[in-house]
Ligand binder design. Sequence first.
Ligand code: FDA
Length: 302
Amino acid sequence: MKILDQFIVKTLPLVPKPIVARLSKPYIAGDNLDSAMAVCRDLNEKGFRVTVDILGEFLTNIDQAEESLLGYKQVLEALVANEIDGNISIKPTFFGLLLQLDRCRELLHELLTLVAKHENFMRLDMEDTPCTDMTIDLYDAYREEFGPKRVGIVLQAYLRRTMDDIAAITARGQSHFRLCKGIYVEPENLAYQGYEEVRANFLECLKAMFDAGAFVGIATHDDYLVAESEKIIRERGLGPEHYEFQMLLGVRETLRDQIRAAGHNLRIYVPFGKDWYGYSVRRLKENPALAGTFFKAMFIKG
Ligand code: FDA
């Protein structure tokens, strides 16, 4: 990262919210369900599948989790009503994972019942390491009850434990993974810190998932990982029933068009909602073109 970018990343918390809002516009499908559905329809028309995420995490009060459930029920109904080729992604902490595990489990169970009724699918996003074991336990329980076609989990290639998790999870049943690098700040004893180390583990994890016969959502914008994943897919003669690529809304659209043009299925992660700040800051920190965009946003109105 260039020095100017590093400076901006460090000072991002000081940037006025309206500027962060302007910068994060490409990454967020508006602040309401209608705007999110319009983005989903547009992406479907362009040949992309979607997964919808309501922005929000780390609740302070378990009552807020009821609102999360209501919001996601509305998303599901809207996906069905609009005949969108898409599913939902949820963060367990948005349902109170760290506040009241039993209530979180009940609320997600209620949501999954609706998911199953509509023959849709729910992905459990993976958050930071205090959530890892609990999220895997939730996945195991729901997969057992609702079946592997209704629920999936995310595993993060930067975690040292992930290869073991793949072995354990796939030994317990047919699995549906999303594999990503991992975005939270984790200590050295838990997570690989080197860029190349994470890449290498990503590919080892991908192979292990395929070896176990799992479906994998290959979630990355990294050219190298896309190319190496394509190689693995080709060598193994895998078809679309075994994998899809996944990318975040607004990120590297040229790459996503190339992946689609090469004949792979590609799902776009579509976040929306009022609680956009934390998500936006994480996206902006990843963007090396941040400096230019930042200064443009400071000086160009509109
Ligand atoms: P990397 O960060 O190296 O980026 C590769 C290239 O893409 C670089 O050139 C980079 O600059 C560019 N790029 C990346 N982000 C950009 C941005 N915001 N704007 C412009 N360019 C950008 N994490 C997690 O911990 N739990 C989860 O559940 C999920 N879920 C998830 C779903 C989906 C669909 C995706 C694509 C990603 C996630 N992630 C996630 C995030 C993931 O862990 C990771 O932090 C990001 O995908 C960035 O890693 P890349 O593999 O893209 O590589």
